[in-house]
Design a protein around this ligand. Structure first.
Ligand code: NAG
Ligand code: NAG
Ligand code: NAG
Ligand code: NAG
Ligand code: NAG
Ligand code: NAG
Length: 544
């Protein structure tokens, strides 16, 4: 009898060990001081008998803290297996084919804190099944097909703090009054058209709210709890913004249809980061915001950089963006101290005038980054416009500069300058770039030389300036024929190399033909020019 028992025990042990081994053969098992973790992400467990591990035994052997079953095409949950995992705190069921949430999960897994159901096929959900005893604090329902969330029973107080219902099909928020503890709520990418007055205001602990990418028509800050610190409401159809006293620090209302911002903006006393890009603003209110650090007014209808954006109104402003507006000039009209200014993609400006940046400086004991890039018509810049500033990075790339005054930069310029993508005419007026800018960038950041090219005169078209790095003499000041001669020498040396590979590569025939044609053209140009110069000399000589 004793022996018989022993045999059974031994058998059980073997079975138990076999089970342990099995799941850890398929999945990755590890242990932290919080307990065991089994990671079965993407292990093709969809077929149910593969899922039939003896998790219960495993859990008794060592408390299972986290179970990851994501991306397994699971259609049916192995409820009987799961419901005994009394110690489980985190369960990741994301990226499966689940179309409902089992009541038993919440009834039995009393320690569960974090449940990830994202990327499944849920179409509805009754939050009442999260009963009072549930310790769930983070619940991810994003990327499902939820049309509505219900709350069938009134007497639920749920401890949920983080809820992500983004990327669903929600049209109402009736369920929210059952979730008074929420701190983080993501409702983005749904079909909400209105935010009922009551539903959000009740969330007295809410700090972060995403309602971007819905169909909202207006936004009334009165409807949000005073606890709210970050509000992301971009990509809606908001054309009416009602501002009220609030503790919001980050307000993102980009890509809406807001025509103006009222002076009530000053009621957002703690505002640090305001993003109103892609709206229809034609001005900015004269308001004081002590803490404002970042202001993005890009993609609006501004005709000038607002005078109201000043150090007086925003003593802590660090970053100002006014990209893609209809600016008639680039001029800072009020005293301003920044870490970064961005004026890109403005199609209406042609020049940077002498007074443009007189009012602009770096912040105290700091330096400033100025980005004026991709302005298609910007072709003129006055000398000395940057001289009063301590710049750390200047980006003038992809504008329309054919010429830059040498006085723009000090001979000892020591900051990074991006001048790439401009159609520079590399004549004697730009020789200073070869002398000063190219060697400096070569040492500091060669990548800024990659697309620093000449657009003309024609023999130099598309040549990179680095080509003449350390050349003796003033290359850009050389006369035309001289340059043509040097180019000929270069092409001739390429020609030599190509002869060697001539037989092995048929593609080379084309290249060779091109080279010969080029050589011929350049030689003809050279001859013509020489003749013309001889003629000219003759003419000059004739005078004497
Ligand atoms: C699901 O949620 C858990 C816990 O928050 C997280 O660790 C995991 O990365 C999430 N899975 C996916 C696919 O986002
Ligand atoms: C929810 O899951 C999605 C997709 O797996 C993830 O991108 C998102 O960050 C998660 N949300 C939270 C609040 O963790
Ligand atoms: C979302 O809801 C609309 C109706 O409001 C419906 O036509 C559409 O098919 C739903 N989309 C999904 C993914 O369920
Ligand atoms: C500005 O705030 C006041 C008082 O808080 C409010 O009565 C008024 O409607 C608000 N105006 C706008 C345009 O937001
Ligand atoms: C300024 O430019 C430098 C160099 O590219 C960069 O390291 C720094 O982060 C930039 N600072 C700001 C505020 O953009
Ligand atoms: C060089 O080219 C620029 C732009 O076409 C022109 O304004 C300038 O006068 C030229 N300088 C010389 C020395 O030819």
């Amino acid at each position: 009898m004793f022996n018989y028992c022993n045999i059974i025990m031994l058998f059980l042990l073997i079975v138990r060990n076999k089970c342990l081994c099995d799941i850890c053969k398929t999945c990755i098992c590890s242990t932290l001081n919080t307990g065991a973790i089994i990671d079965c992400h993407n292990k093709h467990l969809g077929v149910n008998d593969v899922l039939n591990f003896d998790l219960f035994t495993l859990d008794q052997h060592q408390p299972l803290n986290k179970l990851i079953l994501s991306k397994n095409n699971i259609v049916l949950l192995p409820i009987n297996e799961l419901k005994n995992l009394k110690h489980l705190k985190k369960l990741d069921l994301s990226q499966n084919q689940l179309d409902n949430i089992h009541l038993d999960i919440f009834k039995n897994l009393n320690d569960l804190e974090d449940l990830n159901y994202s990327h499944n096929l849920l179409w509805g959900f009754d939050i009442s099944i999260l009963n009072i005893d549930s310790s769930l604090s983070k619940f991810n329902l994003s990327h499902n097909r939820i049309n509505s969330m219900e709350r069938s029973s009134e007497n639920t107080t749920i401890k949920l703090k983080v809820l992500d219902v983004s990327h669903n099909n929600l049209t109402n928020l009736n369920f929210l009054d059952g979730l008074p503890q929420l701190k983080y709520l993501d409702l983005s990418f749904n079909k909400l058209t209105i935010l009922p007055t009551k539903s959000l205001f009740c969330l007295q602990h809410l700090k972060i709210l995403y309602i971007n990418n819905n169909h909202l028509l207006d936004l009334n800050l009165q409807n949000f709890p005073l606890s709210l610190l970050e509000l992301y409401a971009g990509n809606n159809f908001i054309n009416h913004l009602l501002l009220q006293k609030s503790s919001i620090r980050i307000l993102n209302i980009q890509n809406n249809r807001i025509p103006d911002i009222s002076k009530n903006l000053t009621l957002l006393e703690g505002l640090k980061d305001l993003n109103i890009n892609r709206n229809s603003l034609s001005g900015f209110p004269d308001v004081f915001l002590k803490d404002l650090e970042i202001l993005d007014l890009s993609f609006n209808n501004l005709r000038m950089i607002p005078e109201t954006v000043s150090i007086k109104n925003f003593p802590n402003l660090r970053i100002l963006k006014v990209n893609k507006n209809r600016l008639k000039d680039i001029k800072i009209r009020s005293e301003l101290r920044l870490e970064r200014l961005e004026v890109n993609f403005v199609e209406t400006i042609k020049e940077i005038s002498k007074e443009a940046f007189l009012m602009l400086r770096e912040k105290e004991n700091d330096c400033i980054n100025i980005t004026i890039s991709s302005n298609k018509k910007l072709s003129t810049i006055e000398k000395n416009v940057f001289q009063h500033m301590n710049i750390c990075f200047l980006d003038l790339s992809n504008n329309c500069f054919a010429h830059l005054p040498s006085e723009l930069f000090d001979v000892n310029v020591n900051y990074l300058i991006n001048l790439q993508g401009n159609p520079f005419i590399c004549n004697c007026s730009l020789q200073w770039m070869l002398n000063i800018i190219v060697p400096k960038l070569y040492l500091m950041k060669p990548s800024l030389l990659e697309d620093l090219r000449c657009a003309g005169p024609s023999p130099l078209t598309n040549k990179r300036m680095i080509h003449w790095y350390k050349w003796k003499g003033k290359v850009f000041c050389d006369d035309f024929s001289h340059l043509a001669e040097r180019m000929t020498v270069n092409i001739a040396s390429i020609f030599d190399k190509q002869v060697v590979t001539f037989e092995t590569s048929p593609g080379m025939i084309a290249a060779l033909a091109t080279a010969i044609t080029l050589l011929a053209i350049l030689t003809i140009i050279g001859i013509l020019l020489t003749q013309r110069m001889i003629a000219k000399k003759r003419r000059i000589n004739r005078k004497f």
